[in-house]
Ligand binder design. Structure first.
Ligand code: MRU
Length: 369
């Protein structure tokens, strides 16, 4: 994505800086645009955990590069197999819900199984991580093209009136290295000159919508309105939403979706108002090994302080303020499960399919053996 005149990804490696993975610090946006240089497995783990890097595809790519950095920490007496296995487990433990993290880390690990010396391990890890990254970017580009057809159809019916799209959290290029998942079709529509307007849920408690989705859309000149997380139902009842598009952190083989907390309530409201509710995700976000989202997906619980404190920008710096009595108890579930029956369809790199095992297995036949 271009920021000003420069093209950026949210995470990248440069041959001129071996041993360094660069990321846009998502903790600082939209107030400061800062690049962080990650140089060790610990750095990558911390960046994923504290959400310097966030969004399912982006944390997968970060994990893949983390495996590369782990190979640079191999010493003369290191047991290479054990070292890599420990690094993989450590990286995957940074965040539990998004399947992309484990998928990407294991993808790199698998490519190293027959390598025995540090140099070949390291070279293979780097090339595997680059491959994971490029595939994710390409898949998100395709999601944009496939999802565009939905927006185009609504636009034709509205005879040029802007298509009102509601989205939750940030599922744009920052969350996905480039293009995005839920926002990829929105960027594609803008590029094609289709008028759109996006309702952005602020996405408490971390405010990814308020901070990041606004930043991405403003950067491209896409009209948007920021709303509180509770507003979606009201908008839908009044005919102000044409389609809901969200991302996914883990979609099961039968189409249940784990996504940012609050997604389920939007799906319920959309269902009650007969508004199409689509989930956009690359196949790396589909966990083909599980069926039932409610019982089989681990929901991340984060620091309760993210609820009791709100961070924002004042006096030229980012600061936090408390919004409840001191020592109030709070509980911070990061994600919820939207059952397949509430989902109109899944937008993937291969096309759009119903959120059902039958249709997902037709689209990803190779994963169902
Ligand atoms: O906790 P986050 O900000 O990493 O959660 C991200 C989301 O829930 C996104 O919607 C998701 O990763 C899907 S696509 C980027």
């Amino acid at each position: 994505m271009k920021i000003g005149e420069k093209y950026y990804r949210s995470i990248w490696f440069e041959d001129s800086e071996p041993g360094i993975i660069s990321v846009i610090d998502q903790e600082k946006l939209p107030f400061f645009f800062e690049i962080k240089k990650l140089q060790s497995v610990d750095d990558i783990y911390a960046a994923i955990k504290d959400m310097t890097v966030r969004g399912a595809p982006a944390i997968g790519v970060a994990g893949a590069y983390g495996m590369y950095l782990s190979t640079l920490e191999i010493g003369t007496h290191t047991n290479i197999r054990e070292h890599l296995k420990n690094a993989a487990e450590y990286l995957i433990s940074a965040r539990p819900t998004a399947v992309n993290l484990g998928w990407a880390v294991n993808k790199v690990l698998d490519k190293l199984s027959d390598k025995t010396d540090r140099q070949s391990v390291s070279e293979s890890a780097l090339s595997a991580a680059k491959e994971v990254c490029e595939n994710e970017v390409e898949n998100c580009r395709k999601i944009g093209i496939n999802g565009l057809s939905l927006i185009e159809k609504i636009s034709n019916n509205k005879e040029g009136e802007p298509v009102n799209i509601l989205t939750h959290c940030n599922a744009g290029w920052l969350a996905c290295v480039d293009y995005g998942t839920a926002l990829a079709p929105v960027f594609a529509a803008q590029e094609k000159g289709i008028p759109v307007h996006v309702w952005i849920d602020e996405t408490r408690p971390r405010n990814q919508g308020a901070r990041l989705t606004t930043y991405e859309l403003a950067n491209c000149g896409i009209p948007y309105s920021l709303v509180t997380d509770n507003t979606g139902g009201h908008l839908m009842q009044h005919g102000l939403v044409d389609i809901v598009i969200v991302g996914s952190d883990r979609t099961t083989r039968r189409g249940d979706v784990a996504n940012k907390i609050g997604t389920y309530l939007k799906a319920l409201a959309a269902f009650d108002n007969s508004i199409p509710f689509y989930v956009a995700q690359p196949s790396s976000s589909i966990d083909f090994s599980i069926s039932d989202g409610l019982s089989e997906i681990q929901i991340e619980e984060r620091d309760p302080e993210e609820i009791s404190m709100v961070s924002g920008f004042a006096e030229d710096k980012i600061m936090s303020v408390r919004i409840c009595p001191e020592n109030s108890r709070s509980v911070n579930y990061g994600f919820d499960i939207t059952p397949a029956r509430l989902i109109s369809g899944l937008i993937t790199e291969k096309g759009i399919c119903k959120a059902s095992e039958k249709d997902i297995s037709k689209m990803f036949l190779e994963k169902f053996n």
